[in-house]
Design a protein around this ligand. Structure first.
Ligand code: DQA
Length: 149
């Protein structure tokens, strides 16, 4: 790939509260700090990212549709929409873009309703359980995937 790969990073509902939200589960790192770590990792790996957080499902879908025009892939933590949203799954599948799903917590070690993801089936892969590191691991994996295709 000659141009820098461009990645749309999407954060779903309640992730704006990171830092103070259930810190025993999600830690004390803020979303701003996660985005800064992602920007540094992107620079290191020769990529460009654009980060967006919303609490609104429709706005998430709008961003996915817009990403079709410019992004090579999507890195997403869908938050609670992971477990509820057929529309999100359809939007990601419809984008035709490679998707990597990330979660701060190990959703499989938590309540049963978190064990199913509508997003995993339309993703290249999933990183969960490593706190903020899940995001940078996910970005690296997505960039490896983009370079391989
Ligand atoms: C989460 C896990 C989801 O189950 C939860 O609804 C979230 C955060 C995570 O990053 O661990 O909002 O996606």
């Amino acid at each position: 790939m000659s141009e820098l790969p461009r990645v749309q990073v999407l954060h779903g509902p309640n992730l704006n509260l990171l830092g103070t939200r259930e810190p025993d589960i999600y830690g004390k790192t803020t979303l701003e700090q996660i985005d800064a770590a992602l920007a540094a990792a992107a620079k290191e790996h020769g990529a460009e990212i654009e980060c967006f957080q919303t609490n609104h499902e429709g706005l998430l879908l709008d961003r996915i549709h817009e990403a079709i025009g410019w992004a090579a892939g999507i890195l997403i933590n869908p938050g609670g929409f992971t477990h509820t949203s057929v529309a999100l799954r359809d939007g990601l599948a419809g984008s035709g873009l490679p998707v990597v799903e990330v979660h701060l917590s190990n959703v499989f070690a938590r309540e049963a309703f978190r064990h199913h993801s509508y997003v995993s089936g339309v993703s290249v892969g999933l990183v969960a359980g490593f706190g903020p590191r899940s995001y940078t691991l996910g970005l690296e994996a997505l960039l490896d995937h983009l370079r391989a295709v």
